[in-house]
Design a protein around this ligand. Structure first.
Ligand SMILES: Cc1cc2nc3c(=O)[nH]c(=O)nc-3n(C[C@H](O)[C@H](O)[C@H](O)COP(=O)(O)OP(=O)(O)OC[C@H]3O[C@@H](n4cnc5c(N)ncnc54)[C@H](O)[C@@H]3O)c2cc1C
Length: 317
């Protein structure tokens, strides 16, 4: 019986493990892709302590630290979680079972794709899913942002500081972003918003993206652009949690309180999987939430028969 099982070995799950080791919790991390989404980032420039590092290298460094502190990582997919007496049972795809008193779900969220021709071919070669993560390579360039909610409009605001021309392309007739954000982009002459417009294809020269094919009012046309930012949200990895009865929001993200507690006693969630607002879907926020969830699991185990004393850790400082 483990004190804690952490599901997911992205930055959030790995950080939760480092803290769980500091709290001397008997635990294991079970996750199928080491580093999670972070491992897809070629060049991270906004994670403190590393001026520039690839996501794969950062994941390896985190995994080394996990193991050095005594944590164990099992690279497998989890297929089922069920409630058992005094805890939870987790079953992996290969049929292994693990029991624990508490769980941290850190299964992240994948970036939603358009699933159009050229998208896979030019990902990382002009097609990006994270404007916030981008270096200043859009300076004086014509770029396109696809999407119509807050992440897309925030991307446009960021890119407007340096790009020469920005198309915001949205399939709906009205942006779904906060009015205060829309206010910031609507009078900028560099920004052109194309409503009710579908992106059909990413075009390229074999090496990099060079344009997009779009369709509006039954008319197709090509825009020459140098970078495309697809900002149409994420697909949360909450499928595992649903059969357990965990509350999720309308987009599928796990609802938690400020201690990262779910509605099921003993189950915590951390990282990109938690209801939008706490995470801004970045490594630094995923890490902070992982640390906090580990502390909550530790406090829960310590204070199961006593009032929950948030902040009154037994760790000597
Ligand atoms: C292309 C790209 C570039 C990015 N660049 C940056 C950047 O430069 N800077 C930055 O701060 N952020 C960047 N991000 C965002 C950052 O990677 C994420 O915010 C962060 O990885 C979220 O961490 P997480 O641990 O919550 O989830 P994830 O990283 O998504 O990890 C989830 C983990 O759960 C596992 N998992 C899911 N389901 C199961 C299951 N059923 N069984 C077992 N394991 C499961 C996955 O395998 C993975 O290990 C980028 C994202 C992408 C996609």
């Amino acid at each position: 019986m483990y004190d804690l099982i952490i599901i997911g070995c992205g930055p959030s799950g790995l950080t939760a493990s480092i803290y769980a080791s500091c709290f001397k919790l008997k635990h294991i991390v079970v996750g199928d892709i080491l580093g999670g989404q972070m491992s897809l980032a070629p060049d991270i420039i906004n994670y403190p302590g590393f001026e520039e590092i690839s996501g794969k290298d950062l994941a390896e460094k985190m995994a080394t630290q996990v193991k050095k502190r005594g944590g164990e990582i099992l690279n497998e997919s989890v297929s089922k979680i069920e409630k058992i007496e005094n805890g939870f049972r987790l079953t992996t795809e290969s049929g292994k079972n693990f029991d624990s008193s508490t769980l941290i779900i850190a299964t992240g969220a994948e970036r939603r794709k358009l699933n159009i021709t050229g998208e896979n071919e030019y990902t990382g070669k002009g097609v990006q899913y994270c404007a916030t993560c981008e270096k200043f390579e859009y300076e004086n360039k014509t770029v396109a942002v696809i999407g119509g909610a807050n992440s897309a409009v925030q991307a446009v605001i960021q890119l407007a500081s340096a790009a020469s021309k920005i198309y915001l392309i949205y399939r709906g007739s009205e942006l779904r972003s906060d009015p205060i954000l829309i206010e910031k982009i609507k009078n900028d002459p560099k920004i052109e918003i194309l409503y009710s417009t579908q992106v059909l294809e990413i075009l390229g020269d074999g090496q990099k993206a060079t344009g997009i094919k779009i369709k509006a009012n039954d008319t197709e046309k090509t825009l020459n652009i140098e970078k495309v930012f697809i900002e149409i949200g994420g697909v949360p990895g909450s499928a595992l949690a649903i059969p357990l009865g965990i509350n999720i929001d309308e987009k599928g993200y796990i609802k938690v309180d400020d201690k990262l507690t779910t509605n099921i006693q003993g189950v915590f969630a951390a990282g990109d999987i938690v209801s939008v607002g706490l995470s801004i879907e970045q490594i630094s926020t995923a890490i902070g939430l992982g640390a906090r969830a580990a502390f909550s699991a530790f406090s829960y185990l310590k204070h199961q028969n006593a009032p929950f004393l948030w902040g009154q850790s037994q760790i000597k400082r």
